[in-house]
Design a protein around this ligand. Structure first.
Ligand code: FES
Length: 162
């Protein structure tokens, strides 16, 4: 999915706000991602300059840590538990259903407005299969229940951004 990056000037300002004295690259990256949801490519040069690092070093850290995103997050994120207890209760069949319903694939970035992520145990083993949609936990999720939850999440996002 393509997205618009902040301008070089906007990213320089973003970095300037967070590159306070004593801040490390990691703390600045976290602060930027907390603020705008990802670390734009246009922030790499000002980060390198602020910390006297090479652009390659900054880029290397961003890509090394799975936590950091280089693009805005999807509007609907589904995190499906694929650990033991959930597997025994049909998570893999649910995974197939979710991919078919959303048109996206697990763990391969996001397409359109949805991202699918595998996670391993959400602490709901007795109520499996479990998943989270935009940070909200749901247990004993059947395909039909997923369809309702997903439609509700899409509607909620549409209302918030309308
Ligand atoms: S194994 Fe899925 S919630 Fe624990």
């Amino acid at each position: 999915m393509t997205h618009t990056q902040p301008s070089a000037a906007a990213s320089t300002e973003l970095v300037r706000r967070h590159a306070v004295q004593g801040a490390t690259l990691m703390t600045i990256l976290h602060a930027i991602q907390d603020e705008i949801g990802y670390v734009p490519d246009t922030a790499i040069a000002p980060l390198a300059q602020a910390l006297s690092l090479s652009r390659a070093e900054v880029h290397g850290v961003i890509t090394y840590y799975h936590h950091f995103r280089s693009a805005p997050p999807a509007r609907v994120t589904v995190q499906l538990c694929r650990a033991e207890a959930c597997r025994s209760m049909g998570t893999e069949a649910l995974k197939e259903h979710i991919e078919g319903r959303t048109g996206c694939r697990f763990d391969s970035g996001h397409a359109e407005d949805t991202e699918l992520e595998s996670v391993f145990c959400l602490g709901q083993c007795a109520l499996s299969p479990a998943l989270m949609i935009n940070g909200e936990l749901h247990a004993r999720v059947s395909p039909a229940k997923f369809d309702r939850l997903y439609a509700a999440a899409q509607t909620k996002v549409a209302e918030v951004t309308a």
